[in-house]
Design a protein around this ligand. Structure first.
Ligand code: FES
Length: 74
């Protein structure tokens, strides 16, 4: 599904970036989501928040805090 009509950015692209540990601001910079009319911003932010809630390890890594699980796996 297209989330950002102005920039043709899908929910799958946003989810992929969020699961990689990126926050909304980083995703916005990388993909350009919500950089035109802004109508997609609330939905895109909610999508990123849902991904981060379902992948707390990525959220911790993104916050710059050490995560033993990630460090051991690397
Ligand atoms: S729909 Fe995303 S900036 Fe317009």
């Amino acid at each position: 599904m297209i989330v950002c009509v102005c920039n043709r950015i899908s929910d799958k692209e946003i989810v992929r970036q969020a699961h990689a540990g990126m926050g909304f601001d980083d995703i916005q910079l990388e993909l350009g989501v919500a950089t035109c009319c802004g109508r997609c911003e609330d939905f895109a932010r909610d999508l990123v928040a849902q991904c981060r809630a379902s992948r707390p390890v990525a959220a911790l890594r993104d916050a710059g805090r050490p995560c033993a699980g990630v460090m051991q796996a690397a």
